[in-house]
Design a protein around this ligand. Structure first.
Ligand code: HEM
Ligand code: HEM
Length: 198
């Protein structure tokens, strides 16, 4: 199995990045929505938020690697034959949107957190440091806190997650249409261990 993409299938690097990130991003979106809106247990909410920030940082790092890899290993699968122009445009717009959101989601989350008063020394109940898995702290550029910025980035974070959900519905529906209706190789050439293409 080759690392590089070809015109017929994705290489293992792109496939691994795609599926690991898919699990992380869908998980972050679902758990993020629950922890921010539907929890009464403050301690659990706090703990989930810290984990959310750490996994969000992992997504950001993987997104940079993925975009760099897309640049260095650019031969990507060609469009299925006879694909209408509107479908090609729709899939490209969706893919670019998803790439953009892989960066916008973590960046807006990080800016929201660093702008929060909870992040300032002496904050009640205790200063929240934006630790990544307790190993190192994210840079804290907004100091002292700025609640207007915090609200603005919270809005960007939340509204971007709605856009993410909408694009993902289109994206997954597209993949299902290719697989079950058009019966072409679009889904299989992205699946791990699939033997499709050279
Ligand atoms: C791909 C990455 C990410 C996704 C998909 C994501 C998704 C979400 C979603 C859907 C919410 C709920 C928003 C709401 O309804 O108010 C949320 C909340 C939150 N996110 Fe993220 N997030 C990501 C990365 C990050 C990162 C990297 C950070 C910080 C370093 C972060 C910090 C937060 C915080 C602090 C909240 C809670 C806001 C509150 O309690 O009201 N997120 N996230
Ligand atoms: C069950 C969920 C998912 C399925 C079934 C799925 C399926 C696919 C398939 C089949 C492709 C290859 C398209 C082609 O070869 O033309 C693809 C590409 C892609 N997927 Fe997903 N995907 C899923 C989740 C996600 C998630 C959560 C994200 C990110 C937020 C994502 C982002 C992308 C991007 C950006 C591409 C385009 C790659 C490129 O052209 O560089 N996918 N997906």
């Amino acid at each position: 199995m080759s690392a590089h993409n070809t015109s017929q299938r994705w290489g293992w690097v792109a496939k691994t990045l795609h599926w690991v990130m898919a699990v992380l991003i869908i998980g972050l979106a679902i758990v993020g929505t629950i922890m921010a809106n539907f929890l009464n247990d403050m301690a659990l909410q706090f703990e989930l938020t810290q984990q959310h920030k750490s996994f969000g940082f992992v997504v950001f790092t993987l997104a940079l690697i993925r975009i760099a890899w897309r640049w260095f290993s650019p031969a990507v699968p060609t469009e299925p034959e006879g694909q209408p122009v509107w479908e090609r445009v729709a899939s490209h717009v969706t893919h670019y949107g998803l790439y953009a959101l892989m960066l916008i989601m973590p960046l807006s989350g990080w800016m929201m957190s660093t702008s929060s008063p909870l992040n300032d020394p002496g904050a009640y109940p205790t200063q929240v440091k934006n630790m990544v898995f307790g190993i190192f702290e994210l840079p804290d550029p907004v100091h002292p806190a700025n609640e207007t910025l915090e609200k603005a980035f919270h809005m960007i974070h939340a509204y971007s997650s709605y856009l993410l959900a909408a694009l993902l519905i289109l994206h997954i529906a597209g993949a299902m249409k290719h697989h079950f209706i058009l019966r072409d190789t679009t889904l299989r050439r992205m699946l791990p261990l699939s033997k499709v293409g050279k």
